[in-house]
Design a protein around this ligand. Sequence first.
Ligand SMILES: [Zn+2]
Length: 237
Amino acid sequence: MQEFIVGKSHRETLVIPETSYAVSHEHAKITILDDGAWVVESLSNTNPLFVQQPDGQLVQVGRKRITPDTILVLGANNSAGFRFYARNVLGQQSDPLKFKQEFLALQSELETLQADERAFKKKSKIWDKVRMFGSGLALVLAFAIAPLFVEDIPAGATPEQELQLTKSNSQKEMNATRVMMVCVPIGLSILVGIVLGDRDRFAERRKRLRCPNPQCNARLGDDDIAQGRCPRCRSHI
Ligand SMILES: [Zn+2]
């Protein structure tokens, strides 16, 4: 049987940064039984111990059977806590910078994002055509409907009245044309904007793609994710 105490006072097992204030001095015990089974046990009354489930959910535990590949979280799942593979307690045989499961999750997230971006591009091409066609149609209609706004000149009109009416008619025609030529394209642009949604949301989603090492958390580029490595802390798939 082998026992490993994990915590800030046990740097011989795992080096936990002093700044991880959600980690206790003696936080957890990992036992490897003679039959090869692994068990983790919480030693802290103040800070929780979590076990990550295969679906990524964290479950708080007191004592639990685990495997060497189980991901454990001490205290909190952020830079205040500490996250590691159970096998990391074995020292040099283990690799604390290995984040296979997390990188695989990042890769599938990136793939979804890229697929959504492609779909958005395709959709916006179609809607751009709708907008251009609609605006062109409005231009034609503008001239077609303008005469509907004119008043007929009465038979007995004086030359002054005739001049006045002609003037106001051309003003009305111009206004109708303007409204069609300006309002329709603006209206269509707003409509297309609503249908397509915000382009910026892709940038927002990309910002959330970060290094899985909680001590690093750097933003990762598409290439870094595809290759499964962080250029800053060298964590890898
Ligand atoms: Zn990193």
